[in-house]
Design a protein around this ligand. Sequence first.
Ligand code: SAH
Length: 393
Amino acid sequence: MSKLILKRGREKSLERRHPWVFSGAVERVEGSVGAGATVEVHSANGDFLAVAAYSPKSQIAARVWAWEKARIDDGFFRERIAQAAYARQALLDSGTTNAVRLVHGESDGLPGIVADRYGDTVVMQLTSAGAERWREAIADALGILPKIARVWERSDAEVRKLEGLEPRTGSARGSLPAGELVIHEHGLRFRVELEAGHKTGFYLDQRDNRLRLRELARGRDVLDCFCYAGGFALNACAAGAKSVLAIDSAASALETARANATLNAPAQVEWREADVFSALRQLRDEGCGFDVIVLDPPKFAPTAAHAARAARAYKDINLIAFKLLRPGGSLMTFSCSGGVNAEFFQKIVAGAALDAEVDARIDAWLHAAADHSVALNFPEGEYLKGLLCRVRG
Ligand code: SAH
């Protein structure tokens, strides 16, 4: 196997089992090694550190498959993927939902690989040269999981470009379902758009937080900003909200949201196609008030380089949301930006409350659901953070 030798002193993060090797830490790669090839990572002293996948075009030059001298082959992926699926089996067996994240990248020891299960359909997303190299093995391993009829590919995330990979979508195993793909979550039904939906089709990470909203929404006026397919809005309805206004700028998302509303038969949602930044201002100028507001925006800062601009955007929407809240009202606010950590996000929200001149406290810190668990050696896996804030009554 080819060797990737680190610069002197650059083995520290790997010794702590952080699974990335940055290109700046690489002294040399021995032999001619193609994209996605398996390499042994060694320290400058020649100590073996890990077996990894090589990404020649990326700033992350290698991603670790194993900390021991494991053989990386079809069987390796069968085993790792079966283990990852097993970890989610109890959630499926509980009947809470039939849609779970099966594979969560680095946290499952499978860097560059995400797989979500929607009923009998798995959607996989490959984002690294290493994952791409093993595409067939990964599709096979997902396809042989119990009660899986098809594996659909949505390898169209922007980050593929950083690895020099072209987007790829379509069937990997099996054919498209004959009718609509509908999942259930906490007793509600949602349509999943395999071909055109965001990410792999649905935001499974917000499952627990959508349920949490139900505790707050009964008899209340609820505003769901960045509503996508209506996940939060329809949970508010299920709780018996007095009214729900849901806003998204994407017409296609709202079309799915309306279809989802019909599947669950609630009548009290107003779906509004608008830019949230201007819609919030308009609501404020009209003197509107809400008891509960959800802010679940897209990623404003994919990396730390975008943090300052993202911070301004987060502050802007949170500030106006605080102003729109009635006394005693609740704000459920999120950031899914890798470039903004939980501590920084809390500071931004605190600054927004200050400028909005409201007294607010934190009732809960919110996270992605447990099927998106974070390996302790990979804190970057904690991308979704949220705060449930209450303003003084
Ligand atoms: N809350 C959703 C997920 C939200 S994803 C759920 O639980 O499933 C973020 C959404 O924000 C996407 O649907 C996207 O279309 C929308 N969006 C992005 N920028 C926007 C903007 N400026 N105004 C309104 N919606 C926006």
